[in-house]
Design a protein around this ligand. Sequence first.
Ligand SMILES: Cc1ncc(COP(=O)(O)O)c(C=O)c1O
Length: 464
Amino acid sequence: MPDGDVLEAALRAARTYLAGLPARPVGSRASLESLRADLGGPLPAEGTDPARVVSELARKADPGIVATAGPRYFGFVVGGTLPAALGADWLTSVWDQNAGIYVLSPAASVVEETAARWLLELFALPSTSSVGLVTGCQMANATCLAAARHAVLERAGWDVEERGLFGAPEIDVVVGGEAHITIFAALRFLGLGAGRVRTVPADGQGRMRADGLREALARTRGPAIVCAQAGNVNTGAFDPLDEIAALTRERGAWLHVDGAFGLWAATSPRLGALTKGLGQADSWATDAHKSLNVPYDSGIAIVRDASAHRGATTATAAYIVKAADDRRDPEDWTPEFSRRARGFTVYAALRSLGRRGVVEMIERSCAQAAEFADRLRTDPAVEVLNDVVYNQVLVRFRPAGGGDVDAHTRAVIERVQQDGTCWLGGTTWQGKAAMRISVSGWSTTAADVARSVDAILKASRSPA
Ligand SMILES: Cc1ncc(COP(=O)(O)O)c(C=O)c1O
């Protein structure tokens, strides 16, 4: 049993960290060398008191901790942690449940089942769809595409789980020109090959072009899978899902939607136009650790045809006591076997927010992204590159008196990161260097946006 001291040490460190989170510099303050000096060293021969281990870890790790859970982290696409999800995450570790099968944790199974049902309701997806809680959208894409591979080959009379891909009918995989890298990683894992996809050109916002999809599908013959995207990682743009769904259905192909953060637009009536046609897909991948603001790691794989999903991911053996009734064995729906009971945090987040709270949180992030764009645009040196339809903003900065816009934009990003008021990353969008602003954290306020805009504009105006 851990004694009280170690949990008190953890609580003290957590309280100190959380109290300082809104004010601390957002980026890491530590060098690689100093972190190695503080946290490295040889394996100790003897043990150390657990409370001391935890206190020292908290103190020594602190300079290298990035305030991603705070209100002014706008890098990549990163959510914070809602208080209820944080509390539930602590209990998840205390309980240490193996949420693979029902008998190992009936509570984890029922909580997952409930969270899964709530998620389907929120996204307005078919209630009979199956849901797997995985580590992130990378694994959600892999899980959904495993189900797709199962189904399209089954229709062609091929059992891929038994026979593998050796001698199987070839599957045509069609992706948009702006598909996320994790789609390609998933295709590699599944033996479908990242390099043999048919790529449909994207438009200026990164959306798959429906006319291009029509042409690509016309060239396919056998089993086919189309990967669409809800929420481009740079622009936040959504593929035209209704047109894509109609073309895919006409062709008899499987439609997968990568909606790592974009799927959450479907929860909001105000943003609903972005996801029109979403419900016609066959599978959907998303994250809870981004837009829902639960701690890492938490992804969600949803499949319309539960038998294809289960067929692709279940595993069993004589010593596994499988549920005889409709009880949920969570491992049936994920590539993992032993697994963290990550349903507790999703459940707690949804319960603490309710439908209304989820919608407000998503809409607030989008409104704050628009606010970023509007405020930054007031400076004539700033160019916003994308249509800000969701939570992502791409910005470029012209140097005073002319000069290299790419180099200046990269320098502004660097200066903002050094300044520490907020943190944003860079990208290259259609050949142009740009700052990426992603608003995903539940605790960001209007004042945080204003402070961050000031810091960005100051960095863009300061001499090189
Ligand atoms: C569109 C898209 N798909 C998939 C992913 C991968 O998600 P994860 O990092 O949770 O595996 C991301 C990450 O940003 C994304 O933006």
